[in-house]
Design a protein around this ligand. Sequence first.
Ligand code: SF4
Length: 469
Amino acid sequence: MSTGELIWGDDGWPGPDFAENARRAVDDSQLRRNVRKATATIRERRAGLVAETPDWQRLRDAGAAIKDDVLDHLDAYLEQFEQAATARGARVHWARDAGEATRTVTRLARATGHSEVIKVKSMATQEIGLVKALENAGIAAHETDLAELIIQLSHDKPSHIVVPALHRNRAEIRRIFLDGMDDAPRDLSDDPHALAEAARLHLRRLFLTTKVAVSGANFAIAETGGLLVAESEGNGRMCLTLPETLISVVGIEKLIPTFRDLEVFLQLLPRSATGERMNPYNSVWTGVTPGDGPQEVHIVLLDNGRTNALADHTGRQALRCIRCAACLNVCPVYERTGGHAYGATYPGPIGAILTPLMVGVEHAPELPFASSLCGACYEVCPVKIDIPTVLVKLRADAVKAKPHKAQDAAFAAAAQAMSGRRRWTAALKLAPLMRFIRHGAPPPLSGWTRTRDLPDPPTQSFREWWTNR
Ligand code: SF4
């Protein structure tokens, strides 16, 4: 088993205090407007496409079953993948945690003799803090996805899995380009076409001159040893084909057994992620093809806490996740707080379960409580991850890991009172106290009422009402 490494706090993330982060986020009305607008748009597009797909529920069942098969036989599929990829000329490396992964990528990049790499958007590389690790080693890593470029230039953090800069509007993006991109035209407007053109010209130079690329992968095919990246802008394909060396960091849960399984996932992923029938670019590469594309291909297979999640009987289903972010787009909590409040790479409902599963719930005890348990995330998840059930299980784990004495005593007293009619009738005589609690209770009760409304107590109990009639 590996230890998942936290990259919050010291890496510029706001830290794991969700309640505090969320309080700050909901005060930012511009942020809430931006997040609401972006999530509503993707949500509507997704709903339209799901409605026109008659076998959607069967596709979800198939996606879940394929991923469960992988998780049940992960050791065998990993070895099969390694053998197939190696036979096709790739070199496979194994990384237990973020430190091992970043050291491996740094060593490989350094060995090429170049000091710059271009990057395809990748959650795994975010998770291990790769850009910063490369920078510390004197290697400049350039993000090439438009949204990731915006994030990098503004020294910000992604707030969404698929649309990392959704908390930024175009006026903000124009300012970021003018401040951070030397070659941006000084008369740049905030017209989306003008902004995209400025980024395109900036990136084209990097694509044509940089000899090393770093990517993640959406899927790793055990049967063939191939990797697939799905994307919308074409920057990924440039990174995967033009450089001489390609290094891909891939979470061990990204495996699928056969090439044919893509038939299921390439229907589920684009509809759920961006509300498209198909991703504009699906790039598959398998080892090295002499004379065509990168001639040195490395694959770093990353654990970093995934085997911790695998060992959790209820929580292991989180490893089915294909990072579509559909659960974020329907989550009432995420819509109000945005992604930074979760304090780690994976925000929203999937982050609320995946982060504690990977790093240990004692390091992220607040995240399982960052949910209203409305179940919307489960309904949209293309691989049927029962997020609410995992949240409830992790809440129990969090309470066990850090007992709350005052709360435990209050619930024990309530259980006593409710276990007999006389006791309950006597307890109801204390109901007027609720008014006192409601209008300013002393600690520790104030902690409970800070984020919860208590109703005014009724003037009579049901029994009194019944007797009077
Ligand atoms: S949990 Fe499901 S809905 Fe959320 S990102 Fe993962 S696959 Fe998508």
